[in-house]
Design a protein around this ligand. Sequence first.
Ligand code: ADP
Length: 243
Amino acid sequence: MKPHSAGPSPVIELRDATKSYPGGVHALRAVNLTVHAGELLAVVGPSGSGKSTMLNVMGTLDKPTTGTVEVAGYDVSALSDARLSALRARHIGFVFQHFHLAPGRDAVDNVADGLLYAGVPPKGRRRRAREALARVRLAHRASHTPDQLSGGEKQRVAIARALVGAPGLLLADEPTGALDTASGAIVMELLHELNASGTTVCVITHDHEIADALPRRVRFKDGEIVSDTRCTEPTATTEEVTP
Ligand code: ADP
């Protein structure tokens, strides 16, 4: 499986991507977005504006109705389901609002699951899971099951699971939505750290405060990008970029 073109490609490229559902729902309307390696961005908008649809399309969990979506240089529409699974396993980590941890399994096993489709033998999976837990500063909770962890700790386990395969791209869907302010701040700090170590991070959020603290904000309304702003520092003057 090779990208269609040689040379460096954006991590994500959507060109005139649309997504429609039966009943005339246009969740995405001709979205154009390019995300380069190393970016840290928010996709922000009110409920129903198309953010989850956007995450599913960017994460190759869903295909656009029309237009093209390229992830890590691969045209998503051209790949079989098996190849899409391989692309996800190798390139993309996911973090969800409600953690999606397996109940009754300890933190190491939950994180090791992030390597299930990466061809790593079980012993190696557990070793790497412990390393990932140390990265999110949860080595001391390795043998705890989700019901023995706070919300913030559960989300850190989920982040460890997302990063254990060393993906180039991490997609986080409302990662602080179910957390108190202090736990949310720790989660955002971890996402910043991951980004500083080279991972491209995209945070989907309805929370403008979360979005405004990130260097790039893509604002969504009614399935369309209405603004795309960047700044080098969160507090610096922003530069409006025409979508
Ligand atoms: P957000 O994540 O911003 O809340 P969504 O992407 O979930 O927005 O939804 C965008 C629009 O698409 C909404 O009108 C929603 O009702 C609709 N929608 C989302 N998923 C489906 C689906 N599977 N079938 C039909 N309509 C859907």
